[in-house]
Design a binder for this molecule. Structure first.
Ligand SMILES: [Zn+2]
Ligand SMILES: [Zn+2]
Length: 183
């Protein structure tokens, strides 16, 4: 299990700015089981960690480019990722406060993610990994209107056309054949 850990004690005196490319191991971990070109994929983490009482805030951006395979034609499909990171890590002993109290209407918690830290270190990876996975669309396509491969001959229908795809398309004259013109 990979971890992206930072010591909480180091945040006592000052915030920590993190601006780094995640190593290929992290990219591989996030894309586990997904058909991807890992060499051509990259993830950049640009966040600030700060401590408020016993909680750790992580605020910034996770950006990257993932090179996956189009589900229809198997050509490369580029996923540009720009995820706003806005997470709060609370001690494991604390129960996560849900915004059930209607009196806290000032709190804009819509875009906040909650996770736990163990008091010693905060591990950013589990939440980031989840966010990367959620950023990948259900349908990974090279382009929205990808024509895919012909199921009969396997030709890439974005590049070429084949005769087998014509199928039941009728010539306009076919319909005329059966019409008896009044004489
Ligand atoms: Zn495609
Ligand atoms: Zn074909």
């Amino acid at each position: 299990m990979l971890a992206l850990e930072y010591r909480i004690k180091d945040l006592d005196s000052r915030d920590k700015d993190i601006d780094m490319s995640l190593s290929p191991a992290f990219v591989a971990d996030a894309l586990l089981g997904i058909d991807a070109s890992l060499d051509a994929s990259s993830l950049q983490l640009d966040v600030r960690l700060s401590k408020v009482k016993s909680t750790v805030l992580c605020d910034g951006w996770l950006r990257g480019r993932l090179l996956l395979s189009c589900q229809r034609c198997l050509e490369p499909a580029v996923i540009d990722l720009a995820h706003r990171v806005h997470s709060i890590y609370v001690p494991e002993t604390d129960t996560v406060v849900e915004s059930t109290d209607g009196s806290d209407e000032d709190l804009d918690e819509d875009d906040l993610d909650y996770a736990h830290h163990n008091g010693e270190v905060v591990d950013l990876w589990p939440l980031l990994r989840e966010q990367i996975i959620l950023s990948i669309p259900m349908a990974v396509l090279c382009k929205e209107d990808c024509q895919g491969l012909c199921p009969s001959c396997g030709i890439d229908r974005n590049q070429l056309s084949c005769s087998c795809q014509a199928g039941p398309t009728l010539s306009p004259f076919a319909a005329l054949r059966d019409i008896k013109l009044p004489s």
